[in-house]
Design a protein around this ligand. Sequence first.
Ligand code: CA
Length: 481
Amino acid sequence: MTRPNIVFVLTDDHAAHAISAYGSRVNRTPHIDRIGEQGARMDALYCTNSICTPSRASILTGTYSHVNGACSIYSQFDYRVPTFPEVLQGRGYRTALYGKWHLGTAEKALPRGFEDWRIFPDQGEYVDPVMIGPGGEETIPGYATDIVTQQAIDFLDSLEEDDPFCLLVHHKAPHRPWIPHPRHTGLYEVGTIPEPETMWDDHASMSSAVQQVKMTLDDMVETDYKEPVPPELEGEEHWRERSSWKYQRYMRDYLQTVQAVDDSVGALSTWLDEHGRADDTILVYTSDQGFFLGDHGWFDKRLMFDESLTMPMLVRWPGRIPAGTAVDAMLTNVDIAATLLEACGIAPQEALPAQQGRSFLPWLRGERVEDWPEEIYYRYWEHDDPNHRAPAHYGIRTRTHKLIHYYNDGLGTPGSSDRIWPEEFELYDLLADPAELTNLADDPAHASVRAQLEDQLARLQASVGDAPYTGPDTPRLDWSV
Ligand SMILES: [Ca+2]
């Protein structure tokens, strides 16, 4: 068979519920939607660590954070763990990467496996970004999303007709601080954006660790909403009106930056159509994790609640993936490398011996796989960073329940092992309470469910080669390292 090409569009912090193919109440994304209309939509794809660097490392290598070393945005990706683009390059693929890398800019951490690449240092800038490439560093005038799209199209234009290619298009958008292109500033006017149903969640039954995170809408700062808070909204008593005010501005800008991403997907799709390459190209749209869009009163990610845990993914491969396929299998970002390699006719385990994922290609073809796991493992390692104060935790999600274990050592006292709170658990019944508003961990009626999930979590954690947190002497990653 002809080897398929890959165009892999990865955005940053684009929640599924800001994509109309996923039923967004707040925006329209016609070009992204079209991938799913012509191909497949993943309905239960989860990240295994909801933050930028770790998810990228898991996607590229097919491994969990404790294996690839990129447990937090402050820890070093183990560059010795091979990636799927390196495998493809070794098999004759033309490979390129443009945009956000976020796996380090030290010489050994620079992209490998790509014949051409341009990356933003760290998070990158929206306007006139600096980009690093094989020839060094330069400032490129323009808007980051459009620049990355043009670099991708220039690469496609440079190819010979028969070259198989793997192109990674890694946008900065819609990551903080959400700077839109001027062509989109008329969209999603302040005051018109619906508030989510859980925006006024009081977190009353949640763990102390979660109640103290600095991720509420009111925790946003002026660089997020771009203008001073009006004096009449100052003061503790006005926190609700102020949160709504901040929400409207945050969402306006977030959704406008998404619109440029949708334009990018449109441009790439058009290129494939016009050059006769659509039929032999796997076009993927996904994001490194989800994001809270005012859900539970929060912005940002990190926590294991579904808005943050869920990754959107749409995949088009005409003739191979039936149009309109909805995949409800429970998948993770660790499964993506195996899937893409298998689609290219390469046995994942032989090509990437360290990889821990399982190809979900059969699901994409519309088949059902009877022995597919009905559980996913999650671990957030970054502990109590001063900006977000999100606690480290691990947990399990099944079809019906979620159990989360916050170990809490040193929480609120970075660098110390003092225990402010004892370890805590949260248990959610996802069938009765899909919005995850009621923590049942200490409900006697759920004691047996909790005990069973604790056993299941321990088995799952061991099966991926991770180990429980056992105390301050356990090696642990620290945000300050
Ligand atoms: Ca991200």
